[in-house]
Each structure stands twice: as C-alpha cells, then as structure tokens.
Design a protein around this ligand. Structure first.
Ligand SMILES: *[C@@H]1O[C@H](CO)[C@@H](O)[C@H](O)[C@H]1NC(C)=O
Ligand SMILES: *[C@@H]1O[C@H](CO)[C@@H](O)[C@H](O)[C@H]1NC(C)=O
Ligand SMILES: *[C@@H]1O[C@H](CO)[C@@H](O)[C@H](O)[C@H]1NC(C)=O
Length: 319
C-alpha cells in the first residue's frame, strides 16, 4: 500500500518537473460560487465589441494563443510596457495584436461584480472561447483558475512559431509546450478567422528561391491575386489577405482551401508535408464536426498551460 502511494507520489514529482506549467488544478467550476456572473459578463463584452468590429473574434483567439505560447496562459500578453521593460505586445516580430480593450471592458465589469477574484488570464481564455462560439463555431466549458504573471518581455515573442516555419520547426515549437502534431493541425484551424499582412507571406510570392519567384505549392491563380494585392515594393500599409474566404465565420473552409493550394502562410502549407498531418487536414476538410471536436480538445490542452502568480486588478499592470 505504502509502496504504491510512494510510487504515485514520485510519479507526480516527475510529472511536475517535466511539465512545470501544465499541472495547475484548473476546473470548469472554479468561480461557480465566487463569481457566478463571470461568464455572462465576458460574453457581453465580446458581443458588444463584435458589433462594431468584426475582426474582434480573430484578434481574441490569436491573443489567447500568443498568451499561452509565452510563459503559459498567464495574461503576460496583456501587460503594458513600463519605463524599464518593453512588453510582449510591443515586441518584434510585428505581432499586430489588437482588441485589448475588450479584455479591459470585461475586467471592469467583473471587478465591479466580484472584486479581486478573477484572473485576466481566465478572462482571456473565456473571451477566446466566446469568440469562436459567437462566430458560428462550437462552444465548450473552459477550465479556469489560472493566475496572472508578472513578466512580459518583448524579446520573448521570438519564441512564437513564425508563419515561415516548416513542419519540423512547427513540431518542435509545439512539442516544447507539450502539444502534438495533431494539436498543431487542429489549432491551425484557428486560421479560419483572421487576416495576414503582406509581410508575413511575402516569402511565398516574391523571390521564393534563387530559381523561382513564387512558391510552386501555391495555385498559380491564387499566387497571382496575392501578388497583385502585395506587390514586392510599396504595398499599401495595411494590405494583406484573409486566411480563408469566410474570414468572420468559424468553419472548416481553411482546410478545404489548403487542399486547393490556396493557403496563405508557409506554416499552413507545411501541414501537407507529412502523411500524418496531411491525413488530418483531409479529415477536417471533409468533416466540420471532426474539426470542431479536435479543435476543442487541443484548445483545452493549450489553454491549460499555466504560469502566473497573482490576480491583477487592471490587466495591463502587475500588482
Ligand atoms: C496601456 O497602454 C495603452 C496604450 O499605449 C494606454 O492607452 C493605457 O492608458 C495604458 N494603461 C495603463 C494602465 O498603463
Ligand atoms: C526546416 O527548417 C530548418 C531551419 O531552416 C532546417 O534546418 C530544416 O532542414 C528544415 N526541415 C525541412 C524538413 O525542410
Ligand atoms: C515590421 O514593421 C515595421 C514598421 O511598421 C516594418 O518596417 C517592417 O518591415 C515589419 N517587419 C515585418 C517582419 O513585418
């Protein structure tokens, strides 16, 4: 009996050492008693913002992804720069995150209802879920109980997977965070919402290689249209492309376009370069249901990477 308990205890120690950021006890019922209004307050803030700006859902989903990939989902992406430190949100590469005000508005309403209890990291995780659900995607119960971090460094944004990554680079970036190739394919489906500036796919449409101007894995008509929106020099400041043709709807069109050689990033195209990931792309292109199920699963996995220490009162400043 005692030997078994010890083995379990040692096993737990090993788990804690290997995955320091993935053992927090999150629970879907975490705020049931302390802040029962929480979820509706977040949903209202997201709904209200979406009425005026249909890019808000994509922005929130991306913000959460970015948050979780750096120091775990600890709200570090929400922190402002200070006199001494440049924060993630102001860092290279041009991360062009926006819609921070949605989290601020939700936080204000939540502080009025249940002060000092709900972390900014949890608010962002809920807002990302709502962004998906309110765009026609699935909904799910979000495990909660994250804490907010106290550190946000511009230089850390270099740890984010880049749009130019190939499959082995993507796999490495995901596996460092306990995420699998299957998670990579499912989470890439988040590109069903969103927009890319020319600079992030420039590598595919101009001077692709010493011998080729354009990435040969791109459909030539699609490449031509991207090139006309994004000329090599002097593209308009905010020029770019949506990541699929139904950019405000959470659906599986992203995967269909990927199979038609109409993806935007090299990191999208990379999903077709191994049999395993390509098979998943085909499955998700055929079945929206299969995609949604896998997406929920991988979102919960990703958003359970935690790392904070406190509950902020204002999401932009540490306590
Ligand atoms: C954070 O930065 C934004 C944008 O620069 C600014 O408008 C806001 O007042 C700052 N908030 C705090 C609490 O410092
Ligand atoms: C992926 O990119 C890395 C870094 O440029 C390179 O070392 C590696 O060979 C590439 N892998 C494949 C499969 O192309
Ligand atoms: C980042 O933004 C700056 C200024 O807006 C621009 O000059 C630069 O080319 C951008 N870099 C990338 C990688 O997008």
């Amino acid at each position: 009996m005692r030997a078994v308990a010890l083995a379990v205890f040692l096993g737990l120690l090993v788990v804690i050492q290997v995955f320091p950021s993935s053992v927090a006890a999150l629970s879907t019922k975490y705020y049931d008693h302390s802040c029962p209004q929480l979820e509706s307050l977040v949903t209202n803030a997201v709904k209200k913002a979406m009425k005026n700006d249909n890019t808000v859902p994509a922005a929130l989903l991306r913000m959460h992804f970015h948050d979780c990939f750096i120091r775990g989902c600890d709200g570090s992406v929400l922190l402002n720069s200070t006199a001494k430190h440049t924060a993630e949100k102001d860092g290279p590469p041009n991360i062009s995150l926006h819609a921070f005000y949605v989290i601020d508005n939700a936080k204000k309403a939540i502080e009025a209802a249940c002060p000092g209890i709900v972390s900014c990291a949890d608010i962002l995780a809920l807002a990302a879920r709502d962004a998906v659900a309110l765009s026609g995607g699935p909904t799910w119960e979000v495990p909660k109980g994250r804490l907010d971090g106290r550190v946000s460094k511009a230089s850390d944004t270099r740890q984010l997977p880049a749009p130019t990554f190939n499959l082995s680079q993507l796999q490495q970036s995901f596996s460092q965070r306990g995420l699998s190739l299957d998670d990579l394919v499912a989470l890439s489906g988040g590109h069903t919402l969103g927009f890319a500036h020319c600079s992030s796919f420039q590598n595919r449409i101009h001077k692709f290689s010493p011998t080729r101007e354009v990435d040969p894995t791109l459909s030539s008509s699609f490449a031509a249209s991207l090139r006309s929106v994004c000329p090599e020099h002097n593209a308009l400041k905010n020029a770019g492309s949506t990541l699929d043709s139904t950019t405000t709807v959470f659906d599986n069109v992203y995967y269909k376009m990927l199979l038609q050689e109409r993806s935007i990033f090299s990191s999208d195209q990379a999903l077709l370069t191994s049999p395993r990931t390509k098979a998943l792309v085909s499955k998700f292109a055929t079945s929206r249901q299969a995609f949604e199920k896998a997406f929920i699963n991988s979102m919960i996995k990703m958003s359970s990477l935690t790392g904070g220490q406190e509950i902020r009162l204002n999401c932009r400043v540490v306590r």
